[in-house]
Structure formats: C-alpha cells, structure tokens
Design a protein around this ligand. Sequence first.
Ligand code: GAL
Length: 635
Amino acid sequence: MKRTLGTCYYPEHWPEEIWADDAARMVEIGLTWVRIGEFAWSRLEPTPGKMTFEWLDRAVDVLGAAGLKIVLGTPTATPPRWMIDKHPDMLAVDLDGRPRGFGSRRHYCFSHDGYRDESARITRLFAERYGKNPHVAAWQTDNEYGCHDTTVSYSDAAHKAFQVWCQNRYGNIEALNEAWGNIFWSMDYQSFDQIGLPNLTVTEANPAHCLAFRRFSSDQVVRFNQVQVDIIRAHSDAPISHNYMGRITDFDHWKTGDQMEIATWDSYPLGFLEDRVGADDAHQSANARQGDPDFQAFHHDLYRAVGKGRWWVMEQQPGPVNWAPYNPAPMAGMERLWAWEAFAHGAECVAYFRWRQAPFAQEQMHAGMLRPDSEPATAYYAAKQVARELAELPEVAVAQAPIALVFDYDAQWSWEVQPQGQGLDYFQLVFDMYKALRRLGQSVDILRPDVSDLSGYKLILVPGVQTLTDQLKAAISKAEASILLGPRTNSKTSELSIPVPLPPQIDGLDVTISRVESLRPDMPIPIEGGGVVTLWREFLEGNADVQLRTQDGEPLLVGSDTLRYLGGYLDPVAMQGLLEILLQDQGLEVAHMPDGLRCRRAGDMMFVINYGTDPQDYQGQTIAPAGVYWYKSTA
Ligand code: GAL
C-alpha cells in the first residue's frame, strides 16, 4: 500500500483565480489528497432549495485536473442560518435546558427528524452530483461528531425519541422499572411517556436512567450517520469515512466504524496536550512544543481498529492552533515527526489541516501549510520532506501486535455516570496502561469490547470494562494469552447495578470483590515492591493465588499465570513494574525507553522517534530531537 499525504482546502474561502495555482502547488510538494466541502452549505444553498453547485463543480474539476484525489465532505456540521428559521427547534439543548445557538458550528440535535431529513436531502444532492465523479475518490460524513460537546442534547426531540428508545429496549414499563431499580425513592413509572431526561433533577438522577440516556444519545449519532452512508453508498463506490477526534468518547465509535470503510481522526498534539491528555503542569511544560509522546499513538491504534485496518489522519496540526489555553509553535521538525508516527502505526494518509491560514473569522490565528499571504509556512516544508521520504521508504506494513488493550465506550459512560470518586476516569486508566506499555518499548493493538477472537496475542489487558460482553467473556475463557482484568472489570450489570453474587464472576478465577473504596490523591497506599495504589482500591476475597499485596497486607493482584485480577488503580511506577513482569513472563522483549523516545514496530520495520528536546542514543544510533529513525528488524 502506497502511503500518501493530503490537505484540507476551502475553495469557498478563496478567489477562484487562485484555485489552479493552489492545486498545482499541492501536487508539486507531493500531496495526493485534498478534502473539501464539509462546511460549505451556505454557499451551496444560499436560500432554501436554491442550489448553486456550479462553483463546487468547478473546484472539483480544477483540483482533479491537477491530479489530486478529492475527499468530499457532506456539509451537515454547519447548517445555514435559514435552516434555524425553518426548524427553530432543531438546536441542541444543554444540560441546563438552554438551546445552543447559531453562530459557530455543530448547532443541531441528532434527534431532530426535520434536521435529519435536511441532512439526508443535502447528502443526496451531493451523492447524485458527485457519486460518479472520477475525482471524488473518498467521502467524509459530516465533521467531527461530538465535537464541542454535541452528542448529548436535552431537547424536546431527544426527549420524545428517548421514550421510544426505552420502549424498544425494555418492552414494557415494569421491565424498565425493574431494570433501573425505580422502587428506590419511589421513581416508578406507569408508562413510557412519563419518562423524562435525566437533567434538572433535584439531586443526582438514577444512574441507570443516565446510562440509558447516554446509550440512546450514542445510538442517535449512529443512526444519523447511517442515513448519510446509505445515500452515498447508493450513488458511489468510493470509500466512506468520518473524522473522529482525540479523547471524544460520547458515542460508540465501534458502531459508526462498522458502517464505513475508513476511520480517520484529527490529530492536534499541542492542542491536546493542554486540554485533553490529562497531564500535570510539569509534563505539559516539558512537552509544550512536541505534544504528549503517547496520546497520538493511542488514537492511531484506536482508529486503526475502528477502521478495521484502514485509517488516516484527516487533519494534522500544521503549526500553532487557536483553540487551546496556550498555543505555542511546534519544535522544529515536529510536523514531520507526527506524520511519521502515524505512518509507523499504519496510516494510509496524513492530511495537514489546512492548506492556507484564513485571515478571517474564528480560526484566523490557526496556522496552515501556507501563510495568509500564500507564502509557505513550516508544515509546507514538512510535508514536502515527508513526501520525498515516503517515495524512498520501503513498504510500511502493519502486523498484529503481541499485546492488546480492550477499549469500551460503554464503560466510559458508566464510569462518568457513577465515578465514585474525583479523578476516576476510564479513558485515563486505559491510557495510563497504554503509556506504560509504550515506555516499555511495546507496540499495542486496541480491541473492541465485543471481540470474540483473541488468537495471536500474548498479553491482553482488560481494565475497567464494567460489564464484559458475552463474546469477550467467552473469548477470555478460551484464550491462550495471558490476561489481566481489573480494576472494576465486570463489576456492574448491564443496567449499572451491583451483581449478586458479587463481582467479578470470571470462570477460572476464584476471587470476590468484597468491598471497594475511592481514595483522595493524598491517600496513596504503598505496594510491596514499589509504587502505590491511588484513587481506587478493591478488597479481594477468595482462593486465587495472591501475586502482589499492598504494604498493609491486602491482596492486590491475584490469579494464575494466564488469568489475573488487579484490585486497584496503580500509579505509573507500579503500573510499569507490573506490566514489565507480565511482558517478561510472556517472553516479550522489554526496553526501557529513555525519556521522550518511543518506538513502534510496523511489520519488519522498526521506527524510533524522539519527542525529546535532547539527542538520544538508541542501539548505537544518535537520534536528534524530533528525529525519526527506522530500520529493518524481524526480532
Ligand atoms: C478540527 C475541525 C476543523 C478545525 C480544526 C482546527 O477540530 O475539524 O474544522 O476547526 O479543528 O484545529
């Protein structure tokens, strides 16, 4: 597979006279793909039903004639102003019951049928017009579902649709009352049309109600996307994609992933470091110009799985962004490094966002590949260099990793609904394990929670999945790999209750969680052999062998060499120590990566990447800051 580069372009922002020159320059530096269209609705339909597609036809022609392949985005993330007059109740409603107004983007509620029909209509017009266009070689639905907190809406439309969703899930109201435990606080309902949304209650709403609403909200995104996919597919053979984001977990990406051929994501390492990685000040300061060395890698692995092997970076940070608390420029070479980290994880394409910095509106301070005066900016040169290197590079193949980590969106919601302690976050737990693995030099696959085939893996980590799927339970019971469960794995029923008999109830593991506690950050519990339990601890009973204890004598890790349960949230020292032992047990080679250095195996190629500000030595090679070193290795 030939790996490629691209960019995101907004022909509607620029005079038509410069399109051809822009296209020629894109080709000249080695770009293959250009994404267009995703915010252009107001210029395609300035008044209801009056279509002005001719300019987009010409843009497609000009870009295609230059030799570029086009990713065409449906423009449904930005409905025009007149749409709000037509459907005043289409706006999403926030937790406090206020409509989220017009004047930026993503101003719609996924449950609004009128807007869903409008989105189907514009998608159909796009698909009919460009479905057979030879230049349109891929599609993108909408833009960044869930961005700006837009998955969950407390609108009237959502309320009505939620009642129907509940009826479909539970069948009759007695079953719903039973499932949610509505006898508690006299919350019983007599009919589905009495069910409200779980906001604006006096104190916390029933967690089962909240979780049902989160599941419903996710399903609404999936359903919205399916409408567009079906229409596009009826008119085009080109692959369909959606651009996901970093640490956005409000809808089940595995389900939308199943609908489409390619998963893409938008990677902004410096923006994320400030507002999504969950890092402390020292880490942010040390990585301010490089980004967290693992956050992008985690999402590359996640979206490779969501895309069933086919994935891209659709938007690569090109320089300073505008939206994080602070927006420094990347260290020299990072725009190139980020692309290589993606290719090392198997990306088919890395597209830089955006071609030219726009001197107007919200993102005027966001860098592009070109400056507003069309002179090249740093990402232009980076892309040019990566294009040259890609041409020389041997094939980057992606093989199954020996280690897998399960990631479950449903677990994220149930942790959010009922965290039981500040700072307890499912994503963070999974990401902390992932980081520890990367520091130990490992390459990792991410698996979906309904995975049924675990063959080929040596070590599988399943932390925090509060309700194991039947498929995963069955797969665990016949797996040949070494498996680590916990903390909190299989601790709740699918309706967010405590199961009796008490959890985790795993075949082959004689352990019972007798009680749990959450801990203040200043209450660490030291572990025999080093490190501490922090934030969360479980008390383990049963006959399973104790492999590790806290210094107060309580079992922390129990089980056999192939199936273990961990009863606490480990700090980085303990996490790394434990994973190192598990890796070595499986005969996996462990490397203690120096600060900032990370590696990733891609088939028979090994990539070593330096995120640090100092040169680093690795196996006799000196790797400069922002340096990328690759070599053939079958070890
Ligand atoms: C993404 C979005 C783009 C642009 C970019 C700026 O989240 O998809 O349209 O806003 O961020 O960094």
